[in-house]
Design a protein around this ligand. Structure first.
Ligand code: ADP
Ligand code: MG
Length: 623
């Protein structure tokens, strides 16, 4: 390489697009290698080729370069005069190489090996370009940068092949900012000279990780309307920062959109803490719905989960008091249902029989239920138009397991689920036995959603109860929106610990299956009616694939299992090598990719999310 490689003279204008880190980055495309296998069911997709870039060694450069940065190399499509086309590539990794060390062989005399290694240490600190080099591997992102006269430029989607031997440029901060954020900010109508992690001042999610070393924070924005309406997913192992990220997003969504509503299915009971500042805020109408009635702030405090760091923090209960005193805490009550008659019950058995007519043993099992019912009616002198009673339900519940076993009803069948859930029939009799005052039924929750309330956390850890609410609420709200032809305000449904709600329907039965199907339906149909969904989970291997395919934006952090990464790679078309990088992440680091909510469709970017606990801390300082 010679001196002509730096950005200078007539190439001054390249500075508009690229950075060479004050002359430190001088590189050329060394090799383009076709990928032998571009897609595998198990391990994911990869781009059609990978590139090897050689850069002159510079000690500083090792600090400044970062994976995720975008490189540009002129490509074969460059034709028109005055225009240049560059293939854009993303840096996967980079490493320094020492010429002397390459010559080292295992069979060589050990003292000699040591000698050479020891001598090389000092070299790294120099800028000796004849013995050292920086190697970079990168993959195409399927966009060209097209530049014309008067600094007009744009991005064009499509496959192109870079010219081997050509100079390699790094897209500069301004270009990255513009690429990811300009369109989003224009749509949101937000602009600011300075960026801030304070959610009230800045709708950003965090910062872009590249150029961190040059001590500049480039904020990253997403278009909240598209994020909500086209659904999003958050995937990371436990402790990877999912709930933190989610509360981060929800906080900004509520502050920076005028009327979007949020309904959280909070099975791990974390969100009253994680969004405490918003719940305590008088300007934001909100409700927390617990499983049981909390008589005072202390009981409320006891029924929610706090992170370890805050467990003995006396300020937390004060924060909870602030929420409780605004009447924002309530509890769930099951709908009071009309008690069915024996005839209605027998009709439902007849229906089950016809649904299972191909399996004789199932029909016989249901015959047993009919016999049990008939015997009971005779014994008590009931007729068909009489209502069933609690004792009858108890008898049915007691008989269910032995019927299931003796007729070999398969664990994954719908009928198995039916027998399993007969206990639910006792809810017909709750009416007279529990105090329902002050609580909310599913119908009441629906009214809240349709009213002024913007933030609702259904903080219930009992799986069957919260799943039933998911089923009823999503069904009702979807039906309501269809009747009204309404799209606004947008409503976002959030399923954290989503493996509980969207299991692969082939693997589960009963209420789990129904819940998964309803969530899938909401994701499929909701878009048309302004109903969005968010799915956050630590394992995606056993989830409902059709539901996952509805997500248009994803945040991915460390997923230790290769199978999970493969599935993400295949489902969302992210290069598997880019996903490998997530193994090096710490909590708060995310790979963000979106078809719709970021500036450039489906170009993955590494970001650093703002820490939601900082907001909690700020709130607690003032409480
Ligand atoms: N953006 C972030 N910045 C700094 N620390 C974070 C960030 N996100 C998460 N963490 C840390 O990781 C811990 C686990 O986060 P959490 O959201 O509960 O993970 P998950 O829901 O994936 O299990 C948090 O308590 C916090 O200390
Ligand atoms: Mg969590």
């Amino acid at each position: 390489m010679n001196g002509g490689v730096s950005l200078s003279g007539s190439e001054e204008e390249l500075k508009i697009y690229f950075t060479d880190f004050d002359g430190k980055f001088k590189a050329r495309l060394g090799r383009v290698v076709a990928t032998s296998e571009t897609s595998s069911e198990e391990f994911g997709t990869s781009s059609p080729y990978t590139c090897r870039v050689l850069a002159e060694y510079d000690r500083e450069l090792m600090r400044l370069i970062d994976s995720g940065m975008l490189l540009a190399v002129r490509n074969f499509k460059t034709k028109e005069a005055g225009k240049n086309r560059y293939t854009l590539m993303e840096i996967l990794r980079f490493w320094p190489e020492h010429f002397g060390l390459r010559g080292l062989k295992d069979y060589q005399y050990y003292p000699l090996q040591f000698e050479v290694i020891e001598q090389s240490v000092g070299d790294w600190e120099t800028s000796d370009k004849s013995t050292m080099i920086i190697q970079i591997s990168a993959i195409p992102i399927n966009y060209d940068l097209v530049t014309g006269e008067n600094h007009v430029f744009g991005y064009e989607r499509g496959f192109s092949y870079p010219v081997v031997g050509e100079r390699v440029y790094i897209l500069n901060k301004e270009m990255i900012k513009d690429m990811y954020n300009r369109k989003v900010l224009e749509k949101m109508g937000f602009s600011s000279e300075e960026t801030s992690s304070n959610p009230w001042k800045d709708p950003r999610l965090g910062t872009i990780k590249m150029f961190e070393a040059s001590a500049e924070n480039i904020p990253i924005y997403v278009d909240y309307d598209s994020l909500v309406r086209y659904h999003f997913g958050i995937f990371a192992f436990t402790g990877g920062g999912k709930s933190n990220m989610l509360s981060n997003i929800l906080r900004r969504l509520l502050i920076h959109t005028p009327d979007t509503k949020v309904v959280i299915f909070d099975i791990s009971c974390e969100y009253p803490f994680l969004l405490m500042d918003l719940f305590a805020d008088k300007r934001i109408p909100s409700k927390i719905i617990l499983e049981h009635k909390a008589g005072n702030a202390r009981e409320f405090y006891n029924s929610i989960v706090k992170p370890k760091l805050f467990e003995d923090d006396p300020r937390v209960i004060k924060g909870m008091e602030k929420i409780f005193s605004q009447n924002k805490v309530t509890h769930y009550v099951q709908e009071l249902m009309r008690i069915p008659t024996f005839r209605e019950f027998l009709d439902s058995i007849a229906l089950l029989k016809s649904e299972n007519q191909n399996r004789l043993n199932y029909v016989e099992a249901l015959n047993e239920v009919e016999i049990l019912t008939a015997k009971y009616m005779i014994e008590k002198g009931y007729i068909e138009t009489d209502e069933i009673d609690r004792e009858f339900v108890n008898k049915l519940v007691a008989a269910a397991p032995s019927i299931v076993t003796s007729y070999k009803i398969h664990e994954k069948s719908g009928l198995y689920g039916w027998f399993e859930t007969r206990q639910r029939m006792t809810r017909y009799f709750l009416e007279t036995e529990i105090d329902t005052s002050g609580g909310l039924t599913t119908e009441d929750i629906q009214e809240l959603v349709e009213g002024e309330t913007r933030l609702i956390s259904i903080t219930i850890s009992d799986p069957p109860t919260i799943k039933q609410i998911v089923i009823d609420l999503t069904q009702n709200i979807l039906a309501q929106r269809k009747r009204e032809f309404k799209v606004k305000p947008y409503i976002l449904f959030v399923w954290d610990e989503a493996q509980e709600f969207v299991a692969n329907p082939a693997n589960v039965s009963g209420i789990d299956r129904q819940c998964s199907t309803e969530v899938e339906r909401l994701l499929r149909q909701g878009r048309k009616y302004g109903l969005g969904g968010c799915i956050a989970t630590q394992r995606i291997a056993h989830l409902n694939t059709s539901a996952l395919q509805q997500l248009h934006t994803y945040f991915v952090s460390t997923l230790p299992r290769p199978y999970d990464r493969g599935l993400i790679s295949n489902t969302f078309m992210i290069d598997k090598n880019i996903l490998e990088k997530t193994l090096e992440f710490t909590p708060g680091d995310w790979l963000l990719s979106s078809y719709i909510a970021t500036g450039l469709a489906n170009v993955p970017i590494y970001i650093r999310a703002d820490n939601a606990e900082e907001e909690i801390e700020k709130f607690l300082e003032k409480v």
